[in-house]
Design a protein around this ligand. Structure first.
Ligand code: ADP
Ligand code: MG
Length: 701
């Protein structure tokens, strides 16, 4: 059969070999089909320009026409930017670019006439546009008479523009293609579904997404193609779930001596109802003879560790080994220490394996694991190495899952002939629609209550001028016997600069809190792990009152007596990170505080993040706010999973479509699990198309 979409792009009218090379290299467009799927990111309705003086808010994008007054480069290093002053007959405003500066500055000269599109920001009553799309125009020609009524804007790189592949040229070649493609884009959705949701046909959708007859058509086209994209994704996820739920698994059919001894003698507190429920759910799963794949979601401090431990004891009771993997060495050591304490007087052998275990210790440990004498292993990524072999691994627990890449999880999977049960724990609550997609093939348990007697952490926002107040407050808390963290951001690209921030901070804190009255600890990523461990222990045992640290302490660290968390430069942290850090305090019965320090001068987003932190302790609300502010691609864990490489749909904005797609996929698979009915052939083919790379992910979760 002749495959229209598979034709090479150079044969398309208006492309040719030279442009084809650029399209391949810059945009991954090799075939007709690739180009059809290279969508405009916006449409401009020509003639809908407004005046600078008419801009009312920073919510809506605007189209403006005017003149460049001046162009200046400002700032250095990270702050380097290009600022153009732009005016029309009602006022002026600044246009700012932080990247692509060279290309823009070549185009923009004082006095050129331009059209500008973008989302305004308003700061100190001044208007500006960051990274607007800009086009130089001929003022003699009225703009709204050129070309089509609605112009699609295509993403294009500097190289593409330099080689003549501007958004206009892209529009022309896609138009050529759409004319030829007529009748070559067969429908893949069953009629009943296009009818139910009133979707455009597939061919219409491709035509109108590139060259819409009106903005309403453009929207309808996007809806249709988003639905298709999400439906295929959900079909894959649900099929995977069906498959996993039929994977043979180990059977934990009894509750034995270890579990019961621990429950009766070593459990220092009453489990919360939520913890009990989750343990029951896991018991249920591990009894069935199918493999468990479960996500345990619980806010910071909700007590996930104890749940993990009790499930590991269940494994031991049934003659299996279990492994707990943590994302950092500090956390692995901490788990090892606290689990060792909890296992007091019990006949359970546990080992610790990290990157800094000595060869001798390692060899002993590997032997004990190999012949089954060691029951539990706690460790970092080191447990993934090939040399680590278990006699009979029954359960794998992955703590703070978002730090682990997908490939790493897959390797644990391979450590048993019958795959072990997998429990993934995360403190980052995931909004439901994202969960449906990201973890759609996992069963989900939620710990939705905190242990009793916890007082919610009080969160305050202070700026640099309040520093004396801050120090006075810290002295007062320390005098009550409490301890405090002071945390500095550490962002990898600028590690040295940040380390300097940390060291400067440490010095000024040492001056404000002099020895011998005060003892300070410091921990950062560049330290040797023994040194880190030594400092953590001093802090944990109460020998030091203040822990000055970078975000190495972000995840999981548990020092119940610490009741103040100070976060320096808090405007530089993301919401999820701030929430994690705040979770380090409020673990004992004392009132705890989180103090967010920042400069006075905050961007709108930073203000919103800090405001959210001050307003709520609810991790779920924070996750939703985070998702809104950053989009799902930026959420921890989603990027490395590659799962959300969606072309059109957006898991947050398109919540309703996600739900409809989920519902439809469930319905289709119920009727036709193998997708063998004639009306499902199109979908089945489409699922196979890009199935190859997705399979890697699909095997693990
Ligand atoms: P997270 O879910 O953030 O990993 P942890 O497992 O570290 O939380 O638990 C936080 C603290 O709460 C620990 O000190 C733990 O001993 C304590 N804890 C856990 N469950 C309970 C409970 N049911 N009652 C009281 N304290 C608990
Ligand atoms: Mg934890």
């Amino acid at each position: 059969m002749f495959d229209f979409g598979a034709q090479q792009i150079e044969y398309l009218k208006g492309v040719g070999p030279a442009k084809a090379e650029v399209l391949k290299a810059e945009a991954g467009i090799h075939t007709y089909w690739d180009l059809l799927n290279y969508f405009p990111f916006r449409y401009v309705e020509k003639g809908h320009f407004i005046k600078i003086g008419q801009i009312r808010d920073d919510k809506n994008s605007v189209a403006l026409k005017g003149k460049i007054v001046s162009v200046t480069e400002k700032g250095f290093g990270r702050n380097k930017r290009l600022v153009a002053l732009f005016k029309d007959d009602t006022g002026s405003m600044e246009l700012t670019w932080f990247s692509g500066i060279r290309w823009i500055s070549q185009k923009l000269r004082p006095d050129v006439h331009v059209t500008v599109f973008g989302k305004p920001s308003i700061f100190n009553h001044r208007l500006s546009l960051n990274h607007p799309e800009i086009e130089v125009i001929d003022p003699a020609k009225p703009v709204n008479e050129e070309g089509l009524g609605i112009q699609p804007l295509y993403p294009s790189t500097e190289n593409m523009k330099n080689r003549g592949l501007t958004t206009k040229v892209m529009a022309n070649i896609t138009q050529n293609l759409c004319r030829q493609a007529y009748k070559s884009i067969p429908e893949i959705l069953p009629r009943s579904i296009t009818n139910r949701y009133r979707l455009l046909s597939r061919e219409e959708a491709y035509r109108h997404i590139h060259h819409p007859a009106s903005l309403a058509f453009a929207e309808a086209a996007r809806q249709r193609l988003k639905f298709e994209e999400l439906l295929i994704l959900q079909l894959k996820i649900l099929r995977q779930k069906l498959h996993v739920s039929k994977t043979r698994g180990l059977v934990f059919d009894k509750v034995g001596d270890h579990f019961l001894y621990f429950f009766n003698n070593n459990l220092a507190f009453e489990l919360t109802d939520a913890q009990k429920r989750v343990i029951k759910e896991i018991r249920g799963d591990t009894r069935t003879g199918f493999q468990m794949n479960r996500l345990l979601q619980g806010d910071v401090g909700s007590g996930k560790t104890i749940v993990a431990l009790m499930c590991m004891l269940l494994a031991v009771d049934n003659g299996f080994q279990a492994c707990l993997m943590a994302p950092t060495e500090i956390l692995a050591r901490q788990h090892f220490a606290s689990l060792s304490k909890m296992l007091a007087k019990m006949n359970v052998r546990m080992g610790l394996l990290t990157g800094s275990s000595t060869k001798k210790d390692r060899d002993i440990l590997l032997n004990l694991l190999g012949d089954g004498q060691m029951h539990l292993l706690v460790g970092t990524h080191a447990v993934l190495e090939d040399a680590v072999r278990f006699k009979n691994l029954g359960l794998v627990v992955i703590d703070e899952q978002h730090r682990f890449g997908v490939a790493q999880r897959a390797r644990l999977w391979e450590k048993g002939r019958i795959p072990p049960h997998v429990l993934v724990m995360t403190a980052t609550p995931i909004p439901r629609t994202l969960g449906m997609t990201l973890y759609g093939d996992l069963e989900v348990s939620v710990i939705d209550e905190l242990p009793p007697s916890r007082k919610p952490v009080k969160t305050l926002h202070l700026t640099d001028k309040d520093r004396l107040k801050l120090f006075a407050f810290l002295r007062q808390e320390i005098a009550k016997g409490r301890q405090a963290y002071i945390v500095y951001p550490l962002i990898q690209e600028s590690e040295n600069l940040d380390l300097k921030d940390l060291m400067d901070g440490y010095e000024s804190i040492s001056r404000a809190f002099p020895m011998p009255e005060y003892q300070l600890s410091i921990v950062h990523g560049k330290m040797k792990s023994e040194a880190k461990e030594f400092e953590m222990q001093r802090f944990k045992s109460g020998k030091t009152q203040i822990m000055v640290a970078t975000t190495v302490i972000e995840v999981g660290v548990d020092v119940p007596n610490a009741s103040v968390m100070v976060i320096e430069n808090s405007e530089r942290f993301g919401l999820a990170q701030l929430h994690q850090l705040r979770g380090r305090v409020g673990r004992g019965a004392e009132q705890s505080y989180c103090i967010l320090m920042s400069s006075d001068n905050l961007s709108g987003d930073a203000k919103e993040r800090i405001g959210t932190m001050v307003a709520t302790n609810d991790g779920f609300k924070i996750a939703e706010a985070d998702l809104k502010l950053r989009g799902p691609g930026d959420l921890q864990g989603t990027r490395q999973s590659g799962l959300l490489a969606l072309k059109l749909a957006d898991i947050v904005q398109d919540e309703n479509i996600v739900r409809a797609a989920r519902y439809t996929a469930t319905e289709i698979l119920q009727e036709d699990p193998g997708l063998t009915l004639p009306e499902h052939q199109g979908l089945a083919r489409e699922m196979e198309k890009d199935g190859k790379e997705k399979n890697i992910w699909a095997k693990i979760s």
